[in-house]
Design a protein around this ligand. Structure first.
Ligand code: SF4
Length: 351
């Protein structure tokens, strides 16, 4: 079997490993040993020192252990943010961004190779859709980042390439894998999932009552402007979206975050700030304002610093919590999908 058709080792459940052990005449406890290696980030079977060599050989021939290859790395000279570029065996390319904060390392992972959502300001949308990632491929981004840097990852944000709620089942498996006390053992509160606003999935997520943080990419305070920026807004109105967010806060008791990228003279007007504060009135939420990253063919320009400050002030004076997020790795195109797109364009030029 080639590497593409073999099951990826990080997509194996302990039950599957157990069955494999039994089918191949190995004792049951070997399944737990292998699982322990995998969830601590060891996918090189030669390092699984407590597993007999013949068994390691058989594992290698039955499953894929080297699915993800780091093919490039970019390190920001401004703030040390790193971007890892991975090649998947089927030729898809994904990116992971590693950011250092005072509290520790944070990894922004991709949930899909490309994205179907078509946001007009996003480089990932322009590069098209490849496929959804498996839970193991999402986990590998965290584990391989940790191994690459030689440091434990403190927080994970599912905010890279792709729409995580368009890959819901694998996302939930991934979260459980991260949470597993016998595995990675990362607290749910250290994980943030960001969606462009797929309302039925927000409801499903709410009903699961996970302690994971939820962020909504809002970017506009009304349907008309939101539809212009994000086609998903044609499927779900802003009223429906905010209603689902209020339900999430009521049911989980958790605060919700709204991401709002500021585009010059598009969504950064005083009227937009007023509308946004009315929309979010009484909701336990936080607004992250980001002066939008620009990429070469983007139709939008980043908001001027004065407009950004005025927008923040207008929200705060109306009782809305807002923070201006600093952009990380602007010199290495760290915003979602920018690099993937650049690489694919280069590849196309070479063909
Ligand atoms: S902003 Fe997010 S949801 Fe929208 S196209 Fe880009 S990756 Fe997809």
């Amino acid at each position: 079997m080639d590497n593409v058709s073999k099951k990826y080792c990080l997509d194996l459940t302990e039950e599957e490993l157990l069955q494999w052990c039994l089918d191949n005449g190995y004792p049951r406890f070997r399944a737990g040993q292998i699982m322990k290696w995998l969830t601590s980030g060891v996918t090189d079977t030669s390092k699984m020192t407590n597993i007999p060599a013949s068994m390691r050989q058989q594992l290698e021939s039955d499953f894929s252990f080297s699915r993800m290859k780091i093919i490039d790395e970019f390190i920001s000279e401004i703030d040390g943010t790193r971007k890892l570029v991975y090649l998947l065996p089927d030729g898809n390319i994904i990116e992971t961004v590693i950011m250092r904060y005072k509290t520790g390392l944070s990894v922004c992972i991709s949930s899909q190779a490309g994205c179907k959502m078509g946001c007009t300001f996003c480089a990932s949308a322009k590069a098209g859709f490849g496929r959804s990632l498996t839970a193991g491929e999402m986990a590998a981004q965290v584990l391989m980042s940790s191994e690459h840097i030689g440091e434990k990852i403190r927080t994970v944000v599912v905010m890279g390439i792709g729409e995580p709620f368009d890959n819901f089942e694998n996302l939930i498996t991934f979260i459980k894998l991260m949470n597993d006390p016998d595995g990675v053992n990362m607290g749910a509160r250290h994980i943030t999932v960001s969606t462009c606003g797929i309302v039925p999935k927000i409801k499903e997520f709410t009903a699961m009552k996970l302690q994971v943080n939820l962020a909504i990419s809002l970017h506009a305070p009304n349907d008309e402007l939101r539809r212009e920026l994000m086609p998903v807004a044609s499927a779900y109105s802003i009223t429906e979206l905010i209603k689902a967010c209020r339900e999430y806060v009521d049911v989980t008791g958790r605060r919700i975050t709204f991401e709002y990228s500021l585009f010059n003279e598009v969504n950064d007007t005083f009227a937009c700030a007023e509308q946004l504060s009315t929309l979010l009135k009484g909701l336990n939420c936080h607004v992250n304002l980001i002066a939008a990253n620009e990429f070469p063919s983007s139709p939008y320009k980043r908001s001027a610093p004065g407009r950004v400050q005025a927008f923040k002030k207008a929200l705060e004076s109306r009782g809305v919590n807002a923070t201006l997020r600093r952009e990380m790795g602007t010199d290495i195109m760290a915003a979602c999908g920018q690099l993937r797109r650049g690489i694919e364009e280069d590849m196309r030029k070479e063909v």
